[in-house]
Design a protein around this ligand. Structure first.
Ligand SMILES: O=C(O)c1ccccc1NCC(=O)[C@H](O)[C@H](O)COP(=O)(O)O
Length: 383
């Protein structure tokens, strides 16, 4: 069934809260109202690229998603993270009285939800300052994206060990400040010298003390490794912004983004020649992501981002049996993420089937993060 909703069908306040699964409206100069879903499906939007129109035209809004509120779609896909706070605490009725319980329903349930809600507001402000059309112009002057997946594959072939994505991160919600004397460019150069195939650069300021300036500075310092934009992506605008600062790849978190957003963002990245690292943490997320066309790189995060619990067994569990088989058939490259501290840890996730690893804490905390790579892998992987 074709989605045939239009503004006339809903009062405008309802439309604003109705699902905009693709966040396509974010590509418009028009403020936050949703487009009719028919327009979203056909990709016919003001000011959109013709290339992008062609690519998004085959995105399908499932019948059951039409007319759902954003948090409802998220829930229907088993996603626990709500993208926005529900509008106001629920109303309670007692006899003739009506009252609202403060802090019920509209406080984040965990750190990831808190980050996502904050991101939503932050991006809205950033977009005001730099609308999409100015970003697109800026992209004309940015060198082409480097081959992130190619770099991981060739490092794996060269060393016989998982290709390393070394993370430039000053702090995290679970570990606090990881490194006081934090010079992102020096750290990036040390990682490159130590044999990292790619780098992951945290750009979130509030929770990770990172920045887009760090990303840009690393790129402009002549570091050759491809760079991952390590952000909490909630809107396509962030992908364009990251590209304008020199990112070659972007992280998409399956516990935050519904399938349609992931599909749409992958297509945008393909147009921008960027790679997407789609991150999962459980079987349900893995199955959702394996069903999405165009996924080439999957990250298995051993850290539960809601509870911070780390378990390397997650990587093993998600690569066993039919899932592992499908991943091999599709030639998807898998990255083992978080909690890797020793050569035994690297061997464990490699044995499980990963061909790349993403490592932050165990490298960044060492006085020489480049040399720390040899200790982590049990040998020098720089040549
Ligand atoms: O690490 C956190 O505290 C965290 C909290 C909320 C969302 C994301 C978070 N971390 C992102 C990551 O998973 C890691 O930065 C990355 O995988 C590297 O992990 P590690 O080697 O354990 O530093």
């Amino acid at each position: 069934m074709e989605a045939m909703l239009s503004h006339q069908h809903f009062p405008s306040s309802a439309i604003q809260r109705r699902l905009c699964p693709l966040n396509l409206h974010n590509r418009l100069t028009r403020p936050s109202s949703c487009l009719p879903l028919r327009a979203q499906k056909s990709g016919i939007t003001e000011g959109s690229d013709s290339a992008l129109e062609g690519k998004v035209s085959d995105l399908k809004i499932s019948e059951q998603e039409v007319g759902m509120y954003q948090n409802e779609v998220v829930e229907s896909q088993g996603i626990r993270i709500r993208r926005r706070p529900p509008t106001g605490p629920p109303l309670h009725y007692v006899g003739p009285f009506e009252f609202r319980l403060q802090n019920e329903g509209n406080t984040p349930r965990n750190i990831l939800e808190e980050i996502v809600w904050h991101k939503d507001k932050e991006v809205a402000q950033m977009k005001e300052r730099k609308p999409l059309y100015t970003l697109k112009k800026a992209l004309d002057n940015v060198p082409p994206a480097k081959d992130f997946i190619g770099a991981l594959r060739s490092a794996h072939q060269r060393t016989g060990l998982p290709g390393l994505i070394a993370e430039v991160k000053k702090a995290s919600p679970s570990r606090g400040i990881l490194r006081e004397d934090f010079n992102p460019v020096e750290i990036a150069q040390a990682y490159e010298k130590g044999g990292a195939a790619c780098l992951s650069v945290l750009t979130d300021d509030k929770y990770f003390k990172g920045s887009y300036e760090n990303l840009q500075a690393i790129r402009e310092a002549g570091v050759k490794c491809p760079l991952l934009l390590k952000e909490f992506i909630v809107e396509a605008w962030q992908i364009y912004y990251g590209r304008s600062k020199g990112a070659d790849a972007v992280l998409l978190i399956a516990s935050v983004l519904p399938d349609l957003d992931i599909k749409y963002m992958i297509k945008i990245c393909k147009i921008l020649k960027m790679a997407t690292l789609v991150e999962v943490h459980d079987e349900r997320e893995m199955d959702r992501v394996l069903a999405i066309e165009g996924v080439e790189l999957i990250g298995i995060n051993n850290r539960n981002l809601e509870t911070f619990e780390v378990d390397l067994g997650i990587t093993k569990k998600l690569l066993e049996g039919e899932r592992g088989e499908l991943i091999r058939q599709k030639d998807i490259l898998v990255v083992g993420e978080s909690g890797l501290f020793t050569p035994e840890d690297i061997a464990f996730v490699q044995e499980a089937g990963v061909k790349a690893v993403l490592v932050g804490e165990s490298l960044i905390k060492q006085s020489d993060p480049g040399k720390a790579i040899s200790s982590l892998f049990g040998r020098d992987i720089s040549e």
